[in-house]
Design a protein around this ligand. Structure first.
Ligand code: CP3
Length: 344
């Protein structure tokens, strides 16, 4: 094993001292970099995801070109429904769609739950190759979608502003919803463990649509499964939970086996610290749209963000994924502003 030359993110997650704040950006691989757009013009989405050489090249681009302190493997959360036997289409400008939606017990019985590791071997191959190519420069992040967010896509069949069909499914057939959530959870645990074995130094669980639920329903349909995943991985690698839009759950989640919590920009750093009492490392929470502001404004806001979180037990990041229309020099300005923060 090559030793890591830059392990700032991992040290922050372990609660150890860091000489400067580490930084990476959600959805940093792909989306806005010109070199990515060239590959995107040549190969369709799942070819990019399923070809380890391409996935590795895309994963390394933000490390080489923007100077982030971690690499996140180029893949997608929807490879899990795919491995469970569902068709996933990715149409340009439309986002993902899953033609075969979950409605009945029969639908759930038909899902594949065995051999998922073999069908996702291209992900673990991509991780091993990326780990080799990184040669210890920065840690490598594996990831998966949270069970609730995956259920959203499996029931709704596409993206949604309200996720009302997914919620209707949960509210009218709660027992089926829990069955499905448990199946996704079991597979996700095995999948994340396989990612760690293949070279991921840490993993992040994206609960992108947790904020569609009320606090009571988050506690019912999302939190228990996030906790199961964090518990199951605790001896394998640090886990960051990113349940977007659930500031009310931060206190509970700070008392779980997770090593870090990802935050969206709808909470102040001070409040997030107050809820989590320095028990856990916090990650976030720059408004991704603010990367469209003039560079001096980006720099000013980054300083304000770090002043609020403090420099320890903290990983600078965006509050959600970077957008495709962010100029590369603005993304760099964000990363540089974190690195240049005065650590006196
Ligand atoms: O840093 C990275 O970008 C790593 C790779 C990554 C992708 N998707 C690649 C991708 C990661 C971490 C994801 C996670 C993901 N995928 C989430 C959780 C994070 C979040 O943003 O909330 C979700 C909800 C998805 C589902 C998904 N995949 C959507 C909604 C879309 C379409 C819109 C978009 O661009 O996000 C995708 C497609 C997708 N996944 C693209 C990329 C680079 C764009 C398609 C393309 O470039 O051809």
């Amino acid at each position: 094993m090559t030793e890591l030359k830059n392990d700032l993110v991992l040290r922050a997650l372990r609660g150890e001292k860091t000489e400067r704040v580490p930084v990476w950006m959600m959805r940093q691989a792909g989306r806005y970099l010109p070199d990515y757009l060239k590959l995107k013009a040549k190969y369709d989405f799942f070819t990019r995801v399923q070809t380890p050489e391409l996935a590795t090249e895309i994963t390394l681009q933000p490390v080489d070109q923007v100077g982030v302190d971690a690499a996140i493997i180029f893949s997608d959360i929807l490879v899990i429904p795919q491995a469970m036997g569902l068709e996933v289409l990715m149409e340009e400008g439309k986002g993902p769609s899953l033609p075969q939606t979950m409605k009945t017990q029969e639908d759930i019985n038909c899902l594949i739950t065995e051999g998922v590791e073999e069908s996702l071997k291209y992900v673990t191959d991509a991780l091993s190759l990326t780990k080799k190519e990184l040669n210890g420069r920065v840690p490598l992040i594996g990831f998966a979608g949270a069970p609730w967010t995956i259920l959203c896509y499996m029931v709704e069949g596409k993206g949604s502003k309200t996720w009302d069909k997914a919620k209707q499914f949960a509210y009218t057939q709660p027992q089926l919803a829990h069955q499905l959530l448990q199946k996704i959870t079991d597979i996700t645990i095995n999948y994340l463990k396989a990612q760690v074995k293949a070279g991921a130094d840490m993993v992040q669980v994206f609960d992108s649509w947790a904020g569609a639920l009320s606090p009571a329903d988050f506690k019912m349909y999302a939190q228990p499964y996030l906790v199961q995943i964090a518990d199951a991985l605790k001896d394998d690698a640090p886990v960051i939970l990113f349940p977007k839009g659930t500031w009310y759950a931060l206190e509970d989640l700070s008392k779980t086996s997770a090593a870090g919590l990802g935050l969206d920009w709808c909470i102040s750093p001070q409040m997030a610290r107050q809820f989590t009492g320095n028990r856990i490392t916090l990650q976030g929470n720059f408004d991704p749209s603010k990367l469209l502001a003039p560079i001096p404004e980006i720099k000013r806001s980054v300083k304000e963000m770090i002043d609020g979180f403090g420099t320890q037990r903290y990983i600078a990041n965006l509050g959600h994924g970077i957008m495709p229309n962010v100029p590369v020099d603005h993304a760099k300005a964000f990363v540089d502003a974190v690195k240049e923060y005065n650590h006196e």
